[in-house]
Design a protein around this ligand. Structure first.
Ligand code: AMP
Length: 292
């Protein structure tokens, strides 16, 4: 496994594999790897000839009051885990390499980025502008055939699919299931912020989504499923920042389960960590839920 820090070195390292027609898989990360990242890396390793992992804590997707400065980092451990998962090349650029002096461009997907986490009362659309700008740059610098993202960040996956389609990036977007702790808590680098008492409350997000899925059937009001979820959260003393039912692809609000996949998404501050989770509910479909 090689580690490069500049676009020039990255392009150099990928020139020969590209010439030979090998397929390149990209897994973008902000580091502090956990089993969720590893599952994406292993998928890429199984399905592509060359695996590139980017490791970049992207300042553009953090708001002014957010956790950019304290975001957990452990470069040595990340490199070991990446090597074990079959990564061939880590691209870990310094901030100036991605945003040099004078940088003035943004990529913005409209419509999908002003709701849920993009609501001005949550992280705001600037968050997704930061994500799409850096992912567009990664697509251009790496030139992957396939790029892997986690269902844990469901809205991000929808927004990136839209961007890739709208801007004609010749890349296939793969979205893989959320990896969880045994008690249901979705793995996240931010779980490191949870004090023990908060860690005990945190699985309530997943439990609440499960209660909502149980209440879902075609023709039922999504408000009833959301009420079931709220009861579980209240028992654990968790107040959601948002808890909403939306069309899983268009992200429009859904009032009644209509047989199409419905994204039930939640964000909540639990102690020091802002946590997100989601489930896709497909009432009456075989298997009923996916991405859980
Ligand atoms: P991050 O480092 O948090 O920006 O995440 C990098 C990638 O890993 C994103 O595509 C995330 O959606 C994905 N990811 C994060 N947590 C999980 C998880 N628990 N299960 C699966 N994928 C995840």
């Amino acid at each position: 496994m090689r580690v490069v820090e500049t676009k020039a070195a990255l392009r150099d390292a990928l020139a020969a594999p590209r010439r030979e027609g090998l397929t390149i898989g990209l897994v973008p990360t902000m580091g502090f790897l956990h089993a969720g990242h590893v599952s994406l890396l292993e998928s890429a390793h199984a399905e592509c000839d060359v695996v590139v992992m980017s490791l970049f804590v992207n300042p553009a997707q953090f708001g002014p009051g957010e956790d950019l400065d304290r975001y957990p980092r452990d470069r040595e451990r990340d490199e070991r885990m990446a090597a074990d998962a079959g990564v061939d090349l880590i691209y870990a650029p310094p901030t100036e390499e991605v945003y040099p002096e004078g940088f003035a461009t943004a990529v913005e997907v409209s419509g999908l980025t002003e709701v849920l986490c993009g609501d001005p009362g949550a992280r705001g659309p600037e968050h997704f502008r930061g994500v799409t700008t850096v992912v567009a740059k990664l697509f251009n610098t790496v030139g992957p055939d396939v790029a892997y993202f986690g269902q844990k960040d469901a809205q991000q996956a929808v927004v990136i699919r839209r961007m890739a389609a709208d801007l004609d990036f010749p890349v296939r977007i793969e979205v893989r299931p959320t990896v969880r702790e045994d008690d249901g808590l979705a793995l996240s680098s931010r779980n490191a912020y949870l004090e023990p008492a908060d860690r005990e409350r945190a699985p309530a997000l997943h439990a609440a989504l499960g209660a909502a899925a149980d209440a879902a059937e075609v023709g039922a009001a999504t408000a009833d499923a959301i009420a079931a979820a709220r009861r579980v959260l209240a028992e654990a003393g968790v107040e959601p920042e948002y808890l909403e039912a939306r069309d899983a692809e268009r992200l429009e609000p859904i009032e009644t389960f209509n047989g199409r996949p419905v994204l039930l998404a939640i964000a909540a501050q639990v102690g020091g960590a802002r946590l997100i989770d989601n489930v896709i509910i497909e009432p009456n479909a075989p298997g009923r839920t996916r991405g859980a």
